[in-house]
Design a protein around this ligand. Structure first.
Ligand SMILES: [Zn+2]
Length: 259
């Protein structure tokens, strides 16, 4: 009698766990196609408007891995030559799923120093390319509506000596500034904050770039003597940046050395 009761209870337990296991398997299978679409990697170039398969010959000059979802949100079109994977959902619904996060605009705050920026409110991004001392390329996962998955960032309020201008000679200390930015940022996670204007007339994103240690990299460039304060256009931290330049000049740091 007792034995039979125990057996019945044990059987019930086995049945219940079988049901649970199959439910779990079903729910994983259900989500599989979705997961796959989000994880598919495709490739874009520094300046193109198409996305590609990894082996496409159009990627010989620059090659940045992006998730299929993100390129679709950003409005990239599939390359006609390498025929990369197409979206599982149509582009309209991909765009509709763009998060409506608001960008952290420093000009709407009462912050008086760049060190007070709150990185938890900023947009995380990964530095995937380097142009010169004050300009980098970033990848933004799940970019908000105003932004693309890959953006060129022109750091606000700073100007490093020229290294890549097509018609100007390389300026004194330009290479040092460029190398400093590359060594400090390339491959790292950064946080983006914005100001009055989101873009300059080249379409580059104007941003303050913060390190995970909450350091404003724009300010650091001036402080270490790798950049001038760029005061041709108003920006929130102008007074602070002017002061940082003055201090760097007095202490003969970086480009102010041996002047
Ligand atoms: Zn291609």
């Amino acid at each position: 009698m007792l034995y039979q009761q125990e057996r019945a209870i044990a059987l019930k337990k086995v049945k219940r766990s079988l049901v649970l296991i199959s439910l779990a398997i079903l729910s994983i299978l259900w989500r599989l196609p979705l997961l796959k679409a989000e994880d598919t990697k495709v490739y874009v170039t520094n300046s193109g408007t198409k996305y590609h398969r990894e082996t496409c010959s159009f990627l010989s000059r620059s090659k940045i891995a992006v998730s299929l979802n993100d390129v679709l949100i950003s409005g990239y079109e599939p390359c006609g030559v390498c025929k990369p994977p197409l979206p599982s959902q149509d582009k309209a619904s991909a765009r509709a799923s763009v998060p409506q996060t608001s960008l952290y605009r420093i000009n709407t705050t009462s912050l008086t120093k760049s060190s007070m920026g709150d990185i938890s409110r900023m947009l995380p991004a990964e530095v995937v390319g380097h142009v010169d001392g004050d300009t980098v390329r970033v990848r933004i996962s799940n970019p908000p509506a105003e932004l693309k998955a890959i953006e060129t960032i022109r750091m606000l309020g700073v100007d490093t000596p020229e290294t890549v201008h097509p018609s100007k000679p390389v300026e004194r200390f330009g290479k040092e500034a460029s190398d400093f930015t590359k060594a400090a940022l390339l491959g790292t996670q950064v946080y983006l904050a914005f100001d009055w204007d989101l873009r300059d007339h080249y379409g580059r994103l104007l941003a303050y770039l913060y390190t995970p240690e909450s350091r404003c990299f724009n300010a650091l460039l001036i402080e270490e003597g790798y950049a001038y304060a760029y005061v041709s256009y108003p920006f929130h931290f102008m007074e602070e940046f002017k002061g940082l330049e003055q201090a760097a000049r007095q202490d003969k740091r970086g480009l102010w050395r041996n002047l």
